[in-house]
Write a protein of this length. Structure first.
Length: 458
C-alpha cells in the first residue's frame, strides 16, 4: 500500500513508540535497527519469520510473526511497508486509533536528522555502491550511520548507527522514496528506465532523477557514472545549473574526474566493469567528503560483498553456486559478465526468475536476450509482487527470447523443480548462478545439497 509522506516528518526521537508493519523487509528492518540503537521503543510484525526478526528481538524489539490488530499495542507511530495491503489488521487498527502513519521513506528521513546524508541512487548498483562507500568510509575513520538494501558480508547487517556525522543511505526510486531525503550529496550510478508501473514512461522516470538532484544541499555535490548515458546527461544538466558534479568512468580516464587508473593496484571483490564503476563512484564521494585516498582504497579492497549481490553460496561436486538480485536486463548483462569471468573455463548455468508482471511485459524480450550470455538457462515463472497475475505474461515470454539452442533453454515454472534441473545439468567446473529479486534465492542451497548427495550425476 502507498502511505503519503506527511508535510512535516519529525525526528525519530519525537515519534514515540514505533510499530513497523512488515519489519522483516530490507528497508524497514534497517530503520528499526537504527532506532533501537538510539533508544526508540520499537515493535513490529511480519508475515514470514526469519533470522532478521530474531536479530531485532535480540536488540530489544517486540516482534510478532503474523499480523493482528493487538500487535499495534501502545504505539504512537506506525511505519508501513509498501508490500502491506490496505486491509492489514494492524493498519486498520492504526487508522481507527488515529495514529501517525509513515511510509518507509519518511521513517528513514526521521533517522537522518542531524547527519550529513549521502544518498546513493540509480537504476542498478545502488546496494553495491552504498556498501562500498560505507566500508571505505569506515576504513577511513568516518564511522558513518548506514542503511543499505542488503546485509554487508563483513558485518552481517544492513544498517547501523555510527558515531560520525555522515549517513550513507541507499535511495530507492521505485516508489519515489528518494525525493524525500534532502541529502547533502548524492551518487547516481545510472538512469535506465524501470519501475514504469510507478512512473509511466521512461521520460517521467528520468525526470524523477532531476527532481532528486534538485533536493540536494546547495553546498553539496553529485557523483555520476559517465559510462551510463542517462547518468552522464543528468550530470551535464546539473553542472550547467551550477551544481558541483564529479564524473567517474570505468572505461576511460579521459574527460572525467576519476577513471580506471584511480583503482590501479586495487583488487575488487568481484570482476566486471559495473563493479569498477561502483567502486570509482564510492571513491569519488569519499574524496569529496575529505577522506584520505589511501584509506579509502584500502576500504574498497577490503570489501567482501553484500548479501544477494553476486553472493557465493558454496561449492559441491566441483560446481560453484552464486546468487544475485539482478532483475532488469542491464543488471543481468552485468552479473553474467562477472559470472563468466568467475567461471573461467567452466560453463555458466543461470536460473532466472522474472520479477513483476509489468517489468516482464515491458522488458521480457530484453531479459531473454541478456541471458544468452550463459551456456544454459533455466527460466521460472514470474514472481508476483504488488501486481496480479496476467496469463499473457509468464516466464515463457522470457524463455522464448533467449538466443540459445532449444536444448539449452529450460522453462521450469515451478520453483520447487528448479534445483533438481540445475543439479542434473551441472558438471564439475561449472558455475551456477541464480538470478532474481524474488524467492529464487532459496534455490542455491538446494542445488548444493543435491550435488553433495550426487545429484549432478543425473
Amino acid at each position: 500500500m502507498k502511505v503519503p509522506v506527511p508535510d512535516v516528518v519529525p525526528p525519530a526521537a519525537e515519534l514515540g513508540r514505533v510499530h513497523f508493519v512488515g519489519i522483516g523487509g530490507a528497508g524497514l528492518s534497517g530503520i528499526a535497527r537504527i532506532m533501537l540503537a538510539r533508544g526508540v521503543p520499537v515493535s513490529g510484525s511480519d508475515g514470514v519469520d526469519s533470522s532478521t526478526l530474531a536479530a531485532l528481538r535480540a536488540l530489544g524489539a517486540t516482534v510478532h510473526h503474523g499480523h493482528a490488530a493487538d500487535h499495534v499495542g501502545a504505539a504512537d507511530t506506525v511505519v508501513v511497508s509498501t508490500a502491506v495491503q490496505e486491509d492489514n489488521p494492524e493498519v486498520v487498527e492504526a487508522r481507527r486509533l488515529g495514529l501517525r502513519l509513515l511510509p518507509r521513506s519518511a521513517a528513514l528521513r526521521s533517522v537522518m536528522f542531524g547527519r550529513r546524508v549521502v544518498a546513493v541512487a540509480g537504476t542498478h548498483g545502488k546496494t553495491t555502491t552504498t556498501s562500498l562507500l560505507t566500508v571505505a568510509l569506515q576504513t577511513a575513520g568516518a564511522d558513518p550511520t548506514y542503511a543499505i538494501g542488503g546485509d554487508l558480508a563483513a558485518t552481517g547487517v544492513n544498517a547501523a548507527d555510527g558515531s560520525g556525522d555522515l549517513f550513507v543511505a541507499e535511495a530507492d526510486e521505485s516508489d519515489g522514496a528518494f525525493l524525500h531525503y534532502a541529502p547533502f550529496a548524492a551518487i547516481v550510478t545510472n538512469v535506465d528506465a524501470d519501475h514504469l508501473d510507478t512512473w509511466g514512461t521512461p521520460e517521467a522516470y528520468a525526470a524523477a532523477f532531476d527532481d532528486f538532484v534538485a533536493t540536494l544541499d546547495p553546498d553539496g555535490f553529485l557523483v555520476v557514472v559517465a559510462d551510463d548515458p542517462g547518468a552522464a546527461a543528468l550530470g551535464r544538466r546539473h553542472a550547467a545549473g551550477g551544481r558541483r558534479v564529479i564524473t567517474v568512468s570505468a572505461r576511460s580516464d579521459a574527460a572525467v574526474d576519476l577513471g580506471p587508473a584511480a583503482l590501479d593496484g586495487v583488487r575488487l571483490w568481484s570482476p566486471g566493469e559495473h563493479y569498477r564503476a561502483d567502486a570509482l563512484a564510492a571513491l569519488a564521494a569519499g574524496l569529496e567528503l575529505g577522506l584520505e585516498r589511501d584509506a579509502l582504497l584500502r576500504g574498497l579492497a577490503s570489501y567482501t560483498g553484500t548479501k544477494r549481490r553476486m553472493e557465493p553460496k558454496g561449492e559441491a561436486g566441483g560446481v560453484r553456486v552464486y546468487d544475485s538480485y539482478a532483475h532488469h536486463p542491464t543488471e543481468i548483462v552485468g552479473d553474467l559478465e562477472s559470472a563468466r569471468a568467475l567461471a573461467g573455463e567452466g560453463r555458466l548455468l543461470v536460473a532466472f526468475q522474472p520479477h513483476l508482471v509489468s517489468r516482464t511485459r515491458i522488458f521480457g524480450a530484453a531479459m531473454g536476450e541478456a541471458l544468452g550470455a550463459a551456456d544454459e538457462v533455466v527460466l521460472l515463472d514470474v514472481y508476483l509482487a504488488r501486481e496480479p497475475a496476467d496469463p499473457e505474461v509468464t516466464g515463457r515470454l522470457v524463455a522464448d527470447a533467449v538466443p540459445l539452442p532449444p536444448e539449452a533453454v529450460h522453462y521450469v515454472p515451478d520453483l520447487d523443480d528448479v534445483a533438481a534441473v540445475l543439479a542434473a545439468r551441472a558438471r564439475p567446473g561449472d558455475l551456477v548462478l541464480t538470478l532474481g529479486a524474488g524467492s529464487i534465492t532459496r534455490v542455491g542451497p538446494e542445488v548444493l545439497a543435491l550435488l553433495e548427495a550426487g545429484g549432478a550425476d543425473g
